[in-house]
Design a protein around this ligand. Sequence first.
Ligand code: ADP
Length: 442
Amino acid sequence: MIKTLVAIALWALGGWLLGAWLGAATGWALFALGLLIMVLVSGLQLSRIARWVRHIDAPPPPSVGPWDEILAPIYRKLKQNRQDLQERSRNFQRALLAAEALPDGALTLAPDKSLHWCNQMAAGHLGLNLEQDRGHSILNVVRSPEFAQYARQDRWDKPLILHLTRAGHTRTLMLHLAPYGVGQFLMVTRDITQIERLENTRKDFVANVSHEMRTPLTVLSGFVETLLDLPEDALTADQRRHYLELMAQQAHNMQALVADLLALSSLETTPNGPGAPVHVPALIRTALTQSQALSNGQHHFDVQVDDGLRVVGQDSELASAVGNLLTNAVRYTPAGGTITIVWARQADGGACYQVRDTGIGIDEADIPRLTERFFRVNRGRSRATGGTGLGLAITKHVALRHQATLDIQSTPGEGSTFSIRFPADRVCADTTGRMSTKKDAA
Ligand code: ADP
């Protein structure tokens, strides 16, 4: 401003001096010319400033006269604001990334319960599309009467357990609403489908065990009461013996059930150690002796065992898997049938234990369920032959703990083939327990 006033004063002085020398008209003309030059320079400076305003991120144009003093602080302030904004934006992005990394779903709702924001997890849980659903009431997006009732409450002391079906798939979600900020709401969602399934499995298991125990116990206590109530001489020695044999059978069934339950529990609780070389042929021979005793000469056994083939694993676990498949073959094969046992190297360097029978076979629909606990195709037949319904569940578990697979092929009326396939890196090449390689296998 002072510079402008000084410039006007200088032009006026020049005009006055020229006017005194060459006449007033010349003096005024010089003064007018001076003012005109000042207006033109100002116009030029203003146009440079206008151009800068259109690209305000760049530094202001240099040497724009009196505007220098105005533009410099404006630019400094702008630069400061821009840095603050960038810092805030970075913090916001960090908060968003943290919210996305949450293992739970999170969403925020406006005071009218319209969707404001949600992370990917919440979008997946509730089937939300943030672009489309933002601004829409959550009650219209999550269509469930229980949820509507829950969301309309004033307080949310407890979470809501909601079963939501989408695309034919039902999930169990735990939702918890909480007020935050000024009239806004935060909702946390958690998928508890797996937890609920495990809880149901646990309840079913307890119910099944109780049921399995009750049957032999009822029979046993029935016989005991009968024997107690009858006078000493009411039964002949043969009849008494017959009753005692039936009681022993029930007690044996209960013992077998408890033994299988303990085996399962030990498989679930014992850490899966590296194991040691297991002499599988010896395990097969022991199981064969027991199965032949069970068969009582009614079946023909064909044994094809590679005597030098061992696998690294747990001896007792493998013994139970080997025995289970063999006794099943005897129990589900009518008299006169043939049971083939194979223990051999595979083309891929692995080892396979296979039990084939010419027994009753299994319906294709039942095969995937055979390894479920307490699943039996024919409950009566299984019980009559001392089955617990846990044998194949144990066998599958043992196979998994040895990175092996249990494969079941069967044709009703023709027979079944059960195979446990061990991977090459479980196979021992010799008695020292050295692991085989693909080359060894070839
Ligand atoms: P179980 O003690 O009842 O034999 P498992 O778990 O060993 O229990 O077997 C589950 C069911 O699978 C059996 O009840 C039976 O119906 C069927 N099963 C198992 N092995 C055979 C087989 N070799 N032939 C026909 N059915 C079989």
